[in-house]
Design a protein around this ligand. Structure first.
Ligand SMILES: *Cc1c(COP(=O)(O)O)cnc(C)c1O
Length: 404
């Protein structure tokens, strides 16, 4: 062959190999328990296991719990772990230390953040909570309950229109940074500024952005944010979530779930509640130490990684996957619902597949390509920049073409 056709299957395989060889994050994959027989593209649902977790957790169980027992609250640093691990996550979402606390689930933190946001807005004519119309369900359910509790009503608005919709009646807005179904990245700086101009705070849900792209919470003046740690942060199933409370708001953050752990003097056991200073005000009860310290160990993989490199690789992976799909999958069988333009793309590609997307997902899994399916007809492929390869992308597209 004299002319190499870059769209021929062999051309894409060779290109994937070249891109992987040039990838500055390529050494990171070895830090994860993954086997080359599987293209794991579901890290936006459950991140892969970092190898550092099992030995750390074994030590936490055998020594910190088994031998030191209750002394570990002080001697092993258990008591301060929610804020210490919070600061580690803070670095990944652009928050200076002292503003992030880890604990509870995302759903519970959405509740704390939305009610606290409405309380910050001060009531009066502000009786409307704007909610991302395509939100992940839990945020919508929780916001609706928060609205009933605070005498507000819910107004569902497409995420891109929330800035324009905010006005004198807005008490708070709740927005998903990345749409879990389509992978669309919403305009955090612009929406935050517009809602602020209308005099209300914004709660951002970072579940699908933290660990996949730079967020810039401090830089963009975000008020409150929440996120889970078991997707791109690889904390493990059910690992505790986090809550960001901007420093300037902390004195006025009035949690709807004050517990003894959010008290200024927890061991004073006072009948009267005095909130702690700082992000500890966002705590509730006793921290989930085992899963919290598994998360702590999982975060080690980020220590020498910059988010700009993560973002660059994420976009390169999703670009390459989209090219492979276009080259290999017969015309008209799938259609990308993920934006082609970089500023509007998270770290996943969602393909609408009218012909039984659920069965297609199952067939892909049997062939070692693990993505997932969202009703009614969406195939989701999540790209985790620390461990996914360009070879994974090519394999997924080629296998999809075979299955279809
Ligand atoms: C994954 C996800 C959640 C999950 O909430 P949990 O309380 O951890 O179950 C919430 N919101 C969004 C946007 C998500 O993607």
């Amino acid at each position: 062959m004299s002319d190499v056709d870059a769209t021929a299957p062999s051309g894409l395989v060779a290109e994937a190999a070249r891109l992987d060889a040039a990838d500055e994050l390529r050494a990171k994959r070895a830090a994860f328990a993954l086997d080359d027989g599987v293209a794991y593209l579901d890290g936006n649902s459950l991140g892969a296991l970092p190898r550092a977790v099992a030995p750390r957790l074994a030590d936490v169980v055998a020594r910190e719990w088994g031998e030191l027992r209750i002394r570990s609250w002080e001697e092993s640093g258990w008591w301060a772990a929610p804020e210490r691990v919070g600061d580690r996550i803070g670095r990944l979402v652009g928050a200076a230390p002292g503003q992030v606390v880890v604990g509870d689930s995302t759903s519970v933190n959405v509740f704390k953040a939305v009610v606290a946001a409405v309380r910050l807005a001060g009531g009066g004519p502000r009786d409307e909570i704007l909610v991302d119309a395509a939100t992940f369900p839990t945020d919508g359910y929780v916001a609706a309950s928060a609205a009933r509790l605070t005498g507000c009503r819910i107004r569902a608005v497409p995420a891109g229109d929330i800035g324009a919709a905010a006005g004198p009646r807005t008490a708070a807005a709740v927005v998903n940074h990345v749409d879990y179904r389509t992978g669309r990245l919403h305009d955090l700086p612009g929406t935050t500024a517009a809602v602020h101009a209308a005099g209300a705070p914004v709660v951002w849900d970072l579940c699908h952005s933290a660990g996949a792209l730079p967020v810039g919470l401090d830089e963009h003046g975000v008020d409150l944010a929440v996120g889970c740690t078991y997707k791109y942060l690889n904390g493990g199933p059910g690992s505790p979530a986090y809550l960001y409370i901007r420093r300037g708001l902390q004195p006025r953050f009035d949690s709807p779930l004050p517990g003894w752990n959010s008290h200024a003097d927890p061991f004073g056991m006072s009948p009267a509640f005095t909130p702690a200073d700082g992000p500890a005000r966002g705590r509730t009860g006793t921290p989930e130490i085992l899963s919290l310290l598994a998360l702590d160990a999982a975060l080690d993989v980020w220590d020498d990684v910059g988010l700009a490199a993560v973002r660059a690789k994420s976009l390169a992976l999703t670009d390459f996957f989209l090219r492979c799909v276009a080259a290999l999958v017969p015309e008209g069988r799938v259609e990308s619902v993920t934006p082609a333009d970089h500023p509007a793309r998270g770290s996943q590609v969602s393909l609408r597949c009218p012909s039984d997307a659920e069965a297609v997902t199952a067939a892909l899994v049997r062939r070692g390509v693990v993505g997932d399916f969202r009703r009614p007809d969406v195939l989701r492929f999540g790209f985790a920049p620390l461990y996914n390869t360009f070879a994974d992308a090519e394999r997924a597209a080629r296998t999809l073409a075979e299955v279809l």
